[in-house]
Design a protein around this ligand. Structure first.
Ligand code: PHE
Length: 450
């Protein structure tokens, strides 16, 4: 395919909602609140914000530079900028990581579909956490329903991707992202107006640094990578569809800002409600599937809020899943010259199979266990704790040391047609050359040695 007929985003708003759509996902609604709960509240949030601003923003800018300069999928872009070099491993990691993330992401996406339907039945609305725990584990450990839900989720996401960048990804992000923000604000208002919710707000905003440990730092950094979709070529792929006139730095700030604001609103939608009923927010990953239904059972309009909430989860998950599928689709269409249909169909079959295995490993097929972890946990661990940080480190090293400074400045200032402050540029260079790789190295080593 020549560069001329390459699909692209049609407007700045389109770019923004697509980037925000990728970033805002289960990471914000499912992972962030329980990590905040597990790590002592406000102190975790402050550290998280620090990582987002100091480390992740520069990494996002770096991915944008690679994508738009290389004008190709994550593999092809590197091949253009540094032909036949070891840097191509960035492209390899991005394809592998997309697969490993989707292998568990799509399973959780399936759970959200099931819980939307479940919100219509009465069994979900009991004020009994043991009962809700049993319901949840009976579901995820059963053979058929979770697998079917996963396939349904995957089919939904694949259909959007097959329609193309402009007519699929951009179109649906434009529709779904504003809806998502609206719905989450409604749920946050409901949560904040419950009696007793003030304690939850205090937990979110009054820091207690005595709870901070090394593990808090690791969790915060890993979460920042995951939540901003960094380290696996998503942002490289998306920025290859961004027009030359757009200001990459501005888009990064807006994308990262939208993701962060959404995480905070999600925190406000979930944590105060949990506090209002005297339940601990440190319930871990089951917080949204077990703890929240218990809250919904006790509040006026609980059923409506429950339906809305699981629809929110679904929308957030779909707009992220499409970015993961697009990484591999772009690779297959551009590097192997496959048609978009053939690429997405192949990905659907492959992911359908791997995701089914990961879902079955939660209970129906307990022998699917490697290194003491079932496949689901293993895919989560390999991607978030190894591939993302590794990919992120390679990206900043590549942009900081391999691309030359003039080239980099040229891309960020759109060929000197927009202003990009020289001092800011120097700070940026310093961060991507030294600070970010070192910080990531420490995280990786700490994970490795722990
Ligand atoms: N950022 C997404 C979320 O928060 C997950 C994701 C990670 C999407 C990496 C794409 C790439 O749920």
């Amino acid at each position: 395919m020549s560069n001329l007929d390459r699909d692209s985003f049609s407007s700045r708003f389109g770019v923004l909602v697509a980037v925000a759509g990728s970033a805002v996902g289960l990471g914000n609604l499912w992972r962030f609140p329980y990590l905040v709960g597990n790590n002592g509240g406000a102190a975790f949030i402050i550290i998280y914000l620090l990582f987002v601003i100091v480390l992740c923003l520069p990494i996002m800018v770096s991915e944008f530079v690679i994508g738009r300069r290389g004008r190709a999928n994550s593999f092809g872009a590197i091949e253009k900028l540094a032909p036949r070099s070891g840097w191509l491993s960035i492209g390899v990691i991005s394809v592998v990581a997309s697969f490993t993330i989707m292998a568990f992401y799509s399973v959780v996406g399936g759970w959200t579909i099931y819980y939307i339907f479940k919100s219509f039945s009465n069994t979900l609305f009991v004020n009994d956490s043991q009962n809700l725990t049993l319901q949840f584990s009976a579901f995820i450990e059963s053979p058929y329903l979770p697998t079917l839900s996963h396939l349904l989720f995957l089919a939904l996401s694949s259909l959007i991707v097959v329609a193309g960048v402009k007519n699929g990804i951009e179109k649906y992000s434009k529709l779904l992202m504003p809806l998502l923000f609206l719905l989450v604000v409604i749920v946050a208002i409901r949560s904040l107006t419950l009696e007793g919710s003030a304690k939850g707000v205090e937990f979110l905003f009054r820091p207690d640094f005595s709870k901070v440990t090394g593990k808090t730092l690791l969790d915060a950094l890993g979460q920042a990578f995951f939540s901003l979709s960094l380290g696996m070529g998503c942002m490289i792929t998306y920025s290859s569809y961004v027009k030359k006139e757009e200001n990459l730095f501005k888009i990064s700030i807006m994308g990262a800002g939208a993701d962060t604001i959404f995480a905070l609103i999600a925190g406000l939608a979930i944590v105060p409600a949990v506090f209002a009923f005297g339940i601990s927010p440190s319930e871990g990953p089951s917080l949204v599937f077990i703890t929240l239904p218990q809250v919904f059972a006790q509040i006026p309009f609980g059923r409506v809020i429950s339906i809305l909430f699981f629809i929110i989860l679904l929308i957030a998950a779909v707009t992220s899943a499409i970015s993961l599928i697009e990484v591999v689709t772009a690779f297959l269409t551009e590097e192997l010259n496959w048609s978009r249909k053939k690429a997405v169909a192949t990905i659907f079959v492959a992911l359908g199979f791997i995701g089914a295995l990961s879902s079955l490993s939660m209970g129906a097929l307990p022998s699917l266990t490697i290194f003491g972890k079932n496949l689901f946990d293993l895919f989560d661990f390999i991607s978030s704790n190894i591939l993302l940080p590794l990919g992120g480190a390679l990206v900043v090293l590549f942009v900081g040391w391999r691309l030359n400074g003039a080239e980099l400045y040229d891309e960020l200032s759109n060929g000197a047609t927009i202003k990009f402050d020289r001092r800011l540029f120097r700070v940026f260079l310093f961060v991507i050359k030294y600070v970010a790789p070192l910080a990531i190295l420490i995280v990786l080593l700490a994970n490795f040695l722990a």
